[in-house]
Write a protein that binds this ligand. Structure first.
Ligand SMILES: Cc1cc2nc3c(=O)[nH]c(=O)nc-3n(C[C@H](O)[C@H](O)[C@H](O)COP(=O)(O)O)c2cc1C
Length: 266
């Protein structure tokens, strides 16, 4: 691998876009596209620029909805890219932005009342999060603030959930990714972590394990996996199981990646 030193104008490597709704001083809703954020546990941390109406709003009224559009909805997001809810438009933004008090209409999106917070959600967004702003911390360079939001309720379109569970269906969910001023859909699945709720051992393996035996994934990838079932006494191979079910192969690939890195993807 050869590297060179560069000075990129943007450092974000690719983050899902969200539309953050906040309450304006006159009680109407503001809506702004953003991508800077992360989540850990029940907290969402948003990176909002100083000088924007959204940050002014959360400083005054600590409630938000964070709405994640799907990749197919990028044009709605782009309709908000040149507007601000701040009047007058700050001098540094005036060349590129105009004032727009009706952001939902401008985006062609529909406000729907929050159930917990008094800020509307975006009806069309497959994933909508209601939250209370718990802390706002200015950045070292003064350009933005970190807005810590405690999640109060999550609304997910049925089609992106796993029926009968609280899980989102990773395969069905297509967030709108933003990297280097370009919108992307996500690519195909390449692997699972062992924490994936679908990564359960195949029936034959759990039965063997339940009976006290051990096992080892010998090969995994390209539609099949081979697992040796070993006796608990001395590890002698008692049987060799071939897995071909897609989910079972995925499980085997996770085990192979962890136990024998040289096998991953073979
Ligand atoms: C795709 C995209 C991503 C953006 N990401 C952010 C971001 O992470 N944080 C931010 O404060 N502004 C971000 N912006 C810019 C804001 O949308 C812009 O500053 C806007 O004026 C904010 O609206 P407001 O002034 O009504 O709050 C992004 C804009 C687009 C189109």
């Amino acid at each position: 691998m050869t590297h060179r030193v560069i000075e990129p104008s943007a450092l974000y490597v690719g983050t899902p876009v969200y539309l953050v709704a906040t309450m304006n001083p006159d009680g109407t809703a503001n809506l702004a596209p953003a991508s800077s954020h992360f989540s850990l546990g029940r907290m969402l941390v948003l990176g909002l620029e100083e000088g924007g109406q959204s940050l002014d709003n959360v400083r005054r009224h600590p409630a938000v909805t964070v709405n994640f559009p799907s990749s197919s909805q990028w044009q709605h997001v782009e309709r908000l890219a040149g507007v601000t809810g701040k009047d007058p438009v700050p001098a540094e933004k005036s060349a590129q932005y105009e004032f727009e008090p009706r952001k939902f209409e401008r985006a062609g999106l529909t406000p729907i009342a929050g159930e917990i917070v008094d800020v509307p959600r975006v009806a069309e967004a497959p994933l909508q999060i209601e939250g209370r702003v718990r802390r706002i911390t200015g950045s070292v360079d003064g350009a933005f603030a970190m807005v810590e939001v405690e999640v109060a309720r999550v609304h997910a379109e049925v089609a992106i959930t796993v029926a009968g569970t609280n899980h989102l269906n990773a395969e069905a969910w297509h967030p709108l990714l933003y990297a280097y001023r370009t919108f992307f859909d996500r690519g195909a699945e390449v692997g699972w972590t062992r924490k994936n709720p679908l990564a359960q051992p195949p029936e034959a393996i759990s039965q063997w394990e339940g009976a006290g035996g051990t096992w080892e994934v010998i090969a995994a990838g390209q539609g099949r996996a081979t697992v040796e079932l070993r006796r608990c006494d001395g590890g002698e191979v008692a049987d060799v199981v071939t897995l071909t079910d897609e989910r079972d192969v995925r499980w085997a690939m996770v085990q192979a990646a962890v136990a024998r890195p040289n096998l991953g993807g073979k």
